[in-house]
Design a protein around this ligand. Structure first.
Ligand code: RIB
Ligand code: CA
Length: 320
């Protein structure tokens, strides 16, 4: 099987752990490094959550701690959605994995510069680490195949009316990555709002029959509740639990279940009301060459099957 070499940059975060579940359940992914972002929570919490969850699912991978703050903006977190600890009310494992003695940027440079083939970066938080890497070490660009990022949106936001959280938190990082010339696949809200689990499917999750699946169901119940407290601009959203970050990995292992197009995308940096808004030029108003592959639809059943299979795979591995 031809493996896909991958670096994951994440900010666990409930849906980040579901992304990690899919990533580590797939034999075709060769995950060479996990780096941690501040985003959903402060860097110490996202780092602890990454080490705790990866310890629980029994993987041994380098986990390197990333940057503490967005490039210029004041830090804002999402404890209202993910809980004060960041993984709902679920305790996963006391970490056995320790954070690497290499900071995230150095670890990425070392891994990329040693790579024998271009590496795919999965990013499911703000792009602070990735932007800093590309800005300080442009020599790594040829070693990056593409960046599969959960973030942004063409229409509508979730942190403001127009801006999605990961882009909102660090819009300057988005600007640096989008202008870097490295290919970007954007799983924005346009597709992640279609990649949802229903409450019924959530109930089925808890009957998959492994302690891991039960803990996932417990964590997703928390996530369902917090998401249902968020004002929705689309009636019925409260029945749809959106596991946004899973899309960034699902696209790598099953690109055929997604649809997307290439557009020129830029991000609002200065608007006091619209900072972090990603402007997807689908009307070709700018006339500028596309820089991002923007996903806009997904075969939801195929996506859920992929996700549930990953939960079962990890759960059975832990019981073996
Ligand atoms: O807007 C959703 C994104 O923000 C996801 O990555 C979620 O984990 C939060 O970071
Ligand atoms: Ca995330």
């Amino acid at each position: 099987m031809k493996k896909i070499p991958v670096i994951i940059d994440c900010d666990p975060g409930i849906d980040d752990t579901m992304m990690l579940t899919l990533a580590f359940a797939r034999p075709e992914l060769d995950i060479q490094l996990v780096t941690v972002e501040a985003g959903n929570l402060t860097i110490d919490k996202t780092t602890y959550n990454t080490l705790s969850f990866l310890t629980y699912i029994g993987v041994d991978v380098e986990v390197a701690k990333g940057l503490q703050q967005p490039m210029l903006r004041k830090q804002e977190v999402a404890e209202d959605i993910h809980g004060e600890g960041g993984l709902g009310n679920v305790k996963w494992a006391e970490p056995i994995l320790q954070a690497s003695n290499r900071p995230a940027i150095q670890a990425m440079v070392d891994v990329l510069m040693k790579a024998t083939e271009p590496i795919t970066i999965v990013a499911t938080g703000p792009l602070t680490n990735i932007a800093a890497l590309l800005f300080a070490h442009p020599e790594v660009k040829p070693a990056i195949k593409e960046i599969s990022w959960m973030g942004g949106s063409a229409v509508g936001g979730n942190m403001s009316t127009t801006a999605e959280f990961n882009a909102y938190v660090d819009p300057h990082a988005v600007e640096l990555v989008f202008r870097s010339g490295v290919p970007v696949i954007m799983s924005g809200l346009d597709v992640t709002h279609k990649a949802y689990i229903t409450r019924e499917e959530m109930k089925a999750l808890s009957h998959l029959g492994t302690p891991f699946a039960e803990k996932v169901a417990e964590m997703m119940n928390f996530y369902t509740f917090t998401q249902s407290q968020t004002p929705f601009y689309t009636p019925g959203f409260e029945e749809q639990i959106r596991i946004h970050d899973v899309c960034a990995v699902a696209y790598l292992v099953a690109p055929e279940i997604f649809k997307g197009d290439d557009y020129f995308v830029e991000v609002e940096l200065n608007g006091s009301l619209t900072q972090g808004t990603t402007l997807v030029d689908y009307v070709n108003k700018t006339g500028k060459a596309p820089n991002v592959h923007v996903l806009h639809s997904v075969d939801r059943q195929a996506f859920i099957d992929l996700f549930f299979h990953a939960i079962t795979t990890i759960g059975q591995k832990l019981e073996a």
